[in-house]
Structure formats: C-alpha cells, structure tokens
Design a protein around this ligand. Sequence first.
Ligand code: HEC
Length: 108
Amino acid sequence: MRKTAMAVFLILLAMEPLFSSVFKGQREYMKKCKVCHGGGAKMAKSKTSQEWIKIFKNKGAVLVKAHENSKRIYNYFKSENFSKKSSHLRDFFVKYAYDSGNVPACSD
Ligand code: HEC
C-alpha cells in the first residue's frame, strides 16, 4: 500500500517539470505577449509544434526579428529574462499547437 503511494508520488514528481513549464510559459505569455497578440491559445493554435520549435531556435532569432519594430518588447526578447523563460514559452506553445489536439482549460 505504501509502496503504491510512493510510486504514484514518484511518477507525479517526474512529470511535474513539464506541467510547470507549460504553466509558467502561459503565465509569461499573459504578462508579456497578450497585450499585442490576444489569447495565448489562439496564438498557439496558429502554428504547428514544429513551427514553434523552429521559432524558438537560436535564442528565438525569429522572434527577435519579428519584433524589431516593437521597441518595448524588443528589449525583452534580447534580455536575460527572455532567455530564462523562452523554454517555458516554447513548451506552452508546443503543448497547444495546431497539431497538438490540446485545448487549455482556461482559453485565454
Ligand atoms: C508591442 C507589441 C507586441 C508584443 C508585446 C509582442 N509582440 Fe509578437 N509581434 C508583434 C508584431 C508587430 C509582430 C509582427 C507583425 C505580425 O506578424 O503580426 C509580431 C510577430 C510575432 C510572431 C510571428 C513571427 C512569425 O514569423 O510568424 C510571433 C510568433 C510572436 N510575435 C510572438 C510573441 C511572443 C511570444 C510575445 C511575448 C513574449 C510577443 N510576441 C509579444 C508585436 C508584439
């Protein structure tokens, strides 16, 4: 009985980083991106998971380029803060990408 509980706990613990990364990415999206791009779920669905992975390659080079003319957020994409959060943002977008079949419980 105790062993089963322990096993369940360990499985949950092993899965936790992925869940929390998606969650952190969603929170970061709400804080930084929503003002201009609207709902995160809609944004995530606008591309396939492969496209999202490409966009976040090379420290998000595609994103940096796309925001060249948006001064406020451009600095963010160049910042330490973004390099720390970009994997979470990517996990969030990939999780709800066009081809993922997932719909977030909270759709914005
Ligand atoms: C100040 C407004 C603004 C903010 C904040 C902003 N963006 Fe953008 N974003 C733009 C503009 C403008 C474009 C370029 C025009 C377009 O494609 O809509 C763009 C384009 C994009 C694209 C399209 C790139 C492509 O090649 O398809 C992605 C993806 C994107 N932004 C993601 C994000 C993410 C992620 C965040 C938050 C970390 C964010 N944006 C925050 C204004 C913003």
